[in-house]
Design a protein around this ligand. Sequence first.
Ligand code: HPA
Length: 262
Amino acid sequence: MSRIGVIAGSGLYEIKGLTLKKSRTVSTPFGKPSEKYVFGEIDNTEVIFLPRHGKHHDIPPHMINYRANIWGFKKLGINRILSISAVGGIKRGLKPGDIVILDQVLDMTKNRKSTFFDGKDGVVHIDFTEPYCPDLANALQKAGRKAKVTVKKGGTYVAVEGPRLESASEIKSFRILGGDVVGMTGMPEASLAREAEICYSSLSVIANYAAGIRKQKLTVPEVMEAMKDTTEDLKKLLKAVFTIIPEKRKCLCKDALAEAKI
Ligand code: HPA
């Protein structure tokens, strides 16, 4: 039976057909993960969930223990993670409710512990040319077709420190740099997964137009409402993807540490 990790906000425990089995606290050398890992089963796939903000959404993006969260998945034997997060849409044409499968990252975070290798176990420089697993991204695209959910393939995620939202000028500059969406949790989650040799792919749900694109001010209820509206589509997409992800990994993610150590 294959095992897939899903890291997301709350509200995704009711994937259609998912049988919940147990939840487990996991300890790591990097401290405590955001929450207990929840184990479920669907269509012969074991699914392990983690809500990255905690189940009561009380951990802000800059306080998430990204290292513990990814390490915990590794410890549980997970080698594939699907990530879901709310973002602001920067690129023209993206509107609230749209779902984007990411393929690139611009990391603007400042104060986060972003590696498992602080020197004691050697110095590591992983290749990050392709930040997201292309095979998982393809599976998500196919799942979109199968579940009849529209997903856009390819997008550059700008990771910001938060917790404040951006200024209009910041968004303008991100657009010039090639950013398509902006969010606060995508990094270092993606690069830590690569260091852990875990395949990682990310679905961005456009929750709002990024700052300055519309005249109105950005509000949290607007973001939450858009996420709620897309939940059904996300659940369908996830249910479909579990049957599409191939058993064997053929991508480069599984050997990320080969030739990465000094
Ligand atoms: N900016 C940063 N993070 C976000 C946004 C945004 O506009 N919307 C949802 N998460």
